[in-house]
Design a protein around this ligand. Structure first.
Ligand SMILES: [Fe+2]
Length: 203
């Protein structure tokens, strides 16, 4: 790097950042332990990708629901009993087609529709993924095991605090006649982020 360019600020390891937050809370007499335990329980039990999988499976089997989902994701999620935090003002489902593949990221931090697809994977929070998926999405997807044909357009969506995206993946061939429950079982978190397609069932 030329001497004239500013040196990027270094970021402390996660343990030191957690310690720093803890010490500030302590100084203000706040004790977050109970909150952390409760938040962890909710994340483990309620914020799970099975929620998004149910929505996707409904959209695959019910064209009217699919249309409502694409028009207003928040309202369509509520139809199935899924509430979002108030600050997730918009929930946008991105429809994959044979010609267009969608992938989501948060270039600023790690925003996701976490009540719908679960908490983001560690790699989603990495600086590497956040920077490179925007600049060289086809290469990053290939490195992650998704080698898309060159004719498929890739659209990258940068999540914000009040707009959360979820990919509506392609329904794989060979699942004709499957029940909603069967279909929901094959929908993965990665496919709703857009770093994977759902493989057809083994013959
Ligand atoms: Fe974020």
């Amino acid at each position: 790097m030329p001497a004239s360019e500013p040196t990027p600020p270094s970021v402390a390891p996660i343990e030191r950042r957690v310690d720093a937050v803890h010490s500030v809370l302590d100084r203000h007499g706040l004790h977050p332990d109970e909150f952390v335990v409760e938040a962890t329980r909710v994340a483990d039990e309620q914020w799970v990708p099975e929620n998004g999988a149910r929505i996707v499976a409904r959209a695959w089997t019910d064209p009217a629901y699919r249309a409502r989902l694409l028009a207003n994701g928040r309202a369509a999620a509520a139809e199935l009993g899924f509430e979002l935090p108030r600050h997730h003002r918009h929930l946008v489902f991105l429809e994959d087609t044979e010609q267009v593949h969608n992938v989501i990221c948060c270039t600023l931090c790690s925003c996701t529709a976490f009540t719908i697809i679960g908490l983001p994977p560690d790699w989603y929070k990495d600086f590497d993924y956040r920077a490179r998926v925007v600049r060289e999405s086809r290469t990053v997807l290939k490195e992650m095991g998704l080698d898309l044909p060159p004719e498929v357009e890739i659209r990258v969506w940068d999540t914000t605090a009040d707009t959360r995206y979820v990919v509506l993946p392609l329904r794989p061939r060979g699942t004709e006649g499957w029940s909603e429950r069967q279909l929901a079982a094959i929908v993965t978190k990665d496919s709703m982020i857009g770093v994977a397609r759902i493989a057809p069932p083994a013959a």
